[in-house]
Structure formats: structure tokens, C-alpha cells
Ligand binder design. Structure first.
Ligand SMILES: CC(C)(COP(=O)(O)OP(=O)(O)OC[C@H]1O[C@@H](n2cnc3c(N)ncnc32)[C@H](O)[C@@H]1OP(=O)(O)O)[C@@H](O)C(=O)NCCC(=O)NCCS
Length: 264
């Protein structure tokens, strides 16, 4: 197997993690400006928001093209008081006893097209043997959840689909199509500022260094200091103009590590 960085406290996400990861993503991404732009009806349809993140991560955990890593911490029973996202009750995830460990952060990485790791860094059965580093708590087991189709009533569909196109166009324009991509990075707000975000972002960066391939990320203001401190440099901006639905528009920085901007 091609070498990979040590996982340390991180582990590879498995099927049983998907329901919890969706909660972490909804709770954290609520603070990204993209959330306001893409999900203006979250208040009315929080179930659809949760299902959307669960579906996205289910697909990434299953896909050979992605590596999904999680970070755990001690469960805070009042965690949902620390986010303005609405996490519906009875959402299918069962909280642990006090003192138990839960996933509090997640990163998904889309491997570069030529990657030798495709399909390798997966944990479809939640098996202990597939863990690459020190893993202090029991491995995830179980099967992938059977998620229903999502009506997506929380979305501004035009903003949501349009943003995907804008981001892909920006990568193409800047010749980043051969890069690996930090697709999603999020930590539940109840567990911010404990170093989890930095740990989750460092492993993919180190993987791209080992692979000798540049890595890019579309970074909102909140995560820019984190990525810049890891050596990423801004190559462009990705911006959606304001419109009648949301006059403020939205903008992120397109950052890259190990690319031509680095060498300049
Ligand atoms: C961006 C994000 C992932 C950071 O997660 P995090 O776990 O808080 O990250 P870290 O703890 O590693 O670092 C964040 C800050 O806490 C500080 N910090 C880290 N450990 C700390 C500790 N033990 N005590 C106090 N502060 C600490 C870091 O120095 C850093 O400070 P800075 O913001 O001044 O640079 C998180 O805020 C998030 O999920 N935001 C919403 C979603 C989002 O924007 N994702 C990025 C999309 S690209």
C-alpha cells in the first residue's frame, strides 16, 4: 500500500458513523455563509437539512474516490444548545451514556484522479484491522443506514446547484483539476477550539505531501486562518453575486497547498 500519514486520534469513518456525522455537519455548517445561501428554509425543514448531510456523507464514506476521517471526544449532553442549527429529536441516532465518546468532527477528501489510495482507505465493515493508527474506543460496526429520498425543502435549489458549478469552474480555471480536494471539514460547535479542526485538516494535507500532489479547498472566512497556518495559499475567490433571494451573495477563498502559487 502506498504510504499514508499516521492517523493518531483520527479514524476512518464506517457505516455506523453516518447518522452521527450528519448531526455534526448540520450543527457546524450552520455557521458557514454558504449555509445561509443554500439552505434559507432550514428553520422550517430541519429534517431535510439533516438528511442532506447524512446522504452526502453516506455517499462519500461508500465512495472509493473519497477518504472520510472522524475525530471523537467526550459527549456533552447539552451539545445542541451550542448550535443555532435545529437538530430534530428522534432523528435515528442514539446518544451514549454520560462520559461516552462521540464523533465531534469530520473531514472528507476527494482523492486526486491518479491516486493510488482509491478504494484503499475504506472501512465498509467497521473492522478493527482496517484502522491505521491508535484507536482508543471501539470500532464502528453495522451496516449503512437506509436513507429515504430527500425532498430538499430547506434548499434554495438554484443557489445550491449553482454553487457546485461555480466551485468546479474555479478549479478548472486555475488548473486544479489534478489536485486532491478537501471537500468538507466540520466540527460540532460544542467542541470547537480544542484542536480538532486542525487535526482533521492536517492529515489530508500530509497525505497530499506524501503523494506529491497539490491539494485545494474552498474555504469560508472561518476556516481560512486554519488552512493558511497549514501552508495553504489563496489562488482565487469563488463568488456568487447577490440576487433577489439573498442580496448579500456569498464568497469563499480557493486555497491550495503545494501548487504553483506555493512555488511563486
Ligand atoms: C473551521 C472549524 C472546522 C475549526 O474547528 P475547530 O475544531 O474549532 O478548530 P481548532 O480548534 O483546530 O482551531 C480553531 C481555533 O481554536 C484555537 N484552538 C485550538 N485548540 C485550542 C485549545 N485547546 N484552546 C483554545 N483554543 C484552541 C486554534 O488556535 C484556532 O484559533 P484561530 O481561529 O485563532 O486560528 C470549525 O470552526 C467549523 O466547523 N466551522 C464551521 C464549518 C466550516 O466553516 N468549515 C470549513 C469549511 S472549508
Amino acid at each position: 500500500m502506498a504510504p499514508v500519514p499516521p492517523l493518531g486520534t483520527l479514524r476512518i469513518a464506517g457505516p455506523a458513523d453516518v447518522l452521527r456525522i450528519g448531526i455534526v455537519a448540520a450543527a457546524g455548517f450552520r455557521y458557514s455563509p454558504l449555509f445561509r445561501w443554500e439552505r434559507p428554509h432550514h428553520q422550517d425543514f430541519p429534517d431535510d437539512t439533516l438528511l442532506s448531510y447524512r446522504t452526502q456523507f453516506l455517499n462519500s464514506v461508500k465512495s472509493d474516490d473519497f477518504v472520510v476521517l472522524v475525530q471523537e471526544d467526550t459527549y456533552l449532553p447539552n451539545e445542541n444548545d451550542k448550535t443555532s442549527a435545529i437538530i430534530p429529536d428522534n432523528n435515528g441516532w442514539t446518544a451514549p451514556e454520560a462520559g461516552g465518546k462521540v464523533i465531534v468532527g469530520v473531514v472528507s477528501v476527494k482523492l486526486q484522479p491518479s491516486s493510488a489510495h482509491k478504494g484503499k482507505l475504506k472501512n465498509h465493515e467497521g473492522q478493527q484491522s482496517l484502522y491505521l493508527g491508535v484507536f482508543p474506543s471501539p470500532p464502528a460496526v453495522g451496516s449503512y443506514p437506509d436513507l429515504p429520498a430527500n425532498p430538499g425543502r430547506d434548499l434554495n435549489r438554484r443557489h445550491y446547484d449553482g454553487w457546485g458549478t461555480l466551485a468546479a469552474d474555479a478549479r478548472k480555471k486555475n488548473n486544479l483539476d489534478g489536485d486532491s480536494i478537501v471537500s468538507m471539514l466540520v466540527v460540532h460547535p460544542a467542541y470547537w477550539k480544542r484542536g480538532h479542526g486542525t487535526r482533521l485538516a492536517t492529515w489530508p494535507r500530509d497525505l497530499s505531501v506524501l503523494d506529491k500532489v497539490p491539494q485545494c479547498v474552498s474555504s469560508a472566512t472561518m476556516s481560512q486562518p486554519l488552512f493558511l497556518s497549514l501552508g495553504y495559499r489563496q489562488v482565487d475567490s469563488i463568488a456568487a453575486e447577490g440576487d433577489g433571494d439573498d442580496p448579500d451573495g456569498v464568497c469563499t477563498a480557493l486555497l491550495e497547498h503545494g501548487g504553483t502559487a506555493q512555488e511563486a
